[in-house]
Design a protein. Structure first.
Length: 128
C-alpha cells in the first residue's frame, strides 16, 4: 500500500506541472489569435484612411476574453500602432504585443518582466 501511495505521489509530482503548462499554453492562443485578428482590422482601417487614426486607434479593440484584454496605442502621429494583449484572471502576468511593422514582442511572462522584451511571442519561457 505504501509503495502504491509513493508511486501515485511521484506521478502527481511529474504530471501536474506538465498538465498545468499544457493548459497555460492553450490559454495563450486567445492572445495570439486576438492580436493577429486585431492587427488585420487596423491594417484595413489604414488602407481606407491613410493612418491608424488621429487620437486613438481607429478600430475598437475586441472585447476581453476570459484570459486577455486587448488594447491599442498610436505611434508616429497615427502612422503606427502597438496592439497589446494583457493577461487577465489566471493569465495575469503575461503581456504580448504586435506593432504596425509586424514586430512581435513578449514583455512579461509568468509575472516576470522581460528586459529587453523578447522579439517573439513566448509560449514557454525563452521559447518562441
Amino acid at each position: 500500500m505504501v509503495v502504491v501511495l509513493g508511486l501515485i505521489a511521484v506521478l502527481a509530482k511529474v504530471a501536474l506541472p506538465s498538465y498545468s503548462d499544457y493548459v497555460r499554453r492553450g490559454r495563450l492562443v486567445s492572445a495570439f489569435d486576438g492580436l493577429g485578428s486585431y492587427r488585420l482590422q487596423l491594417e484595413q482601417f489604414y488602407q481606407d484612411g491613410g493612418n491608424y487614426s488621429v487620437t486613438n486607434c481607429g478600430v475598437t479593440a475586441p472585447a476581453a476574453t476570459a484570459y486577455f484584454q486587448l488594447s491599442c496605442t498610436l505611434t508616429s502621429s497615427g502612422q503606427g500602432f502597438t496592439a497589446s494583449a494583457t493577461g487577465l484572471n489566471t493569465m495575469v502576468g503575461y503581456v504580448y504585443s504586435v506593432d504596425a511593422s509586424n514586430n512581435f514582442t513578449t514583455s512579461k511572462y509568468a509575472g516576470v518582466a522581460i528586459s529587453p522584451a523578447a522579439t517573439c511571442w513566448w509560449q514557454r519561457a525563452g521559447d518562441c
